[in-house]
Ligand binder design. Sequence first.
Ligand SMILES: Nc1ncnc2c1ncn2[C@@H]1O[C@H](COP(=O)(O)OP(=O)(O)OP(=O)(O)O)[C@@H](O)[C@H]1O
Length: 282
Amino acid sequence: MIDSMQEFTAPAVDPTVPIIKLEDIHVIFKTRTGSLLHPNKVHAINGLSLELMPGETIGIVGESGCGKSTTANVMIGLQQPTSGHVYFKGVDVTKRTAKQRKTIGRVISVVFQDPATALNARMSIHDQLMDPMNVHKVGTKAEREKRVKKLIELVGLPSSVLEALPGQLSGGQRQRVAIARALSLRPDAIIADEPTSALDVSVRAQILNLLTDLKRDLGLSMVFISHDIQTVRYISDRIMVMNKGQAVEKGTAKEVFENPKDDYTKLLLGAAPSLLHPDLGK
Ligand SMILES: Nc1ncnc2c1ncn2[C@@H]1O[C@H](COP(=O)(O)OP(=O)(O)OP(=O)(O)O)[C@@H](O)[C@H]1O
C-alpha cells in the first residue's frame, strides 16, 4: 500500500446523510413489443427505494433483466425516472441541471463489466488516467502526472503499464486500470456494475480483493451490482435483492444469508454454484 493514501480517501461527508437516495423510483420504457398487460411498455423499475450511506457497500443482486443496470443508471443520471426522486447528499437532483450533472459525474464514478469496452483502445493507459483530471482541471500538470503514478500503484500495477495500450494488457489488468481511473477524481462513491463478470475466475478474486482493500483503506461508498449472490455477499455490508424491478429483500449480508425472508432470495441462495473463486473464504 502506498504511503500517501490520504489524497485518495473519499472526501469527508455528513455520516447521517445518504450519498445517494432513491425514493419510490419507477422506470417505464416504451418498446415495440411490451407485455400482454402493458403493450409497448416495460416496467423496468417498480417502486424502488434505496439509501447508500457514507462508507458502506450495498450489493444489488438479481437475475438478468431484473433492473440492476437501470437502477445504476438512475443513480448516475443516465436514466431519468418516470416517477420518484433521486437525492444526492440530501439535494433533490431528479431533474438535474447541467451543472449538477457535471458535479455528480465527478463525484460518482462507475466501473463497468467489460474493461475492454470501457477503455479507449487507442489511448495509452497514462493518457486515459490523465483524461478525467484534465477535463475537471485537477491541480497542475505536474501534480496530475504524480497522481497518475500513484493511482497505478494504488491498484497494484507496475508503472510500466502506463505506456501500454489497453489491448496489450490482460483482462484483470484492464479492470485495475478502469478502477484507477474511477478513483482519479477522488469520488464520494463508486458504482461497480458486474465488474468481475467478464473476468476469469482466478482474476475475479483478485479484483474483488482489490475493491475490498480500497473501500476499507479509502473509506469509499460503493454500490456493487452482480447476478452472483455469493460475490455480493463477499463485498457488501448490506444487500438488496431485486426481482422484476422491485426490491424483494433488504438487509445486512448476514441477515440475508442466515435468515432470508423472501422466496426469491431463497431460490437465489439455493441456485447455481457460486462464481466466486474457492480461495475466497465464505
Ligand atoms: N432502453 C431500454 N428500452 C427498453 N427496455 C429496456 C431498456 N433498458 C432496459 N430495458 C428492459 O428493462 C428491464 C431491466 O433491464 P436492466 O438492464 O436494468 O436489467 P439487469 O438486471 O441489469 O440485467 P442484465 O444483468 O442482463 O444487465 C429488462 O426487461 C430490459 O429488457
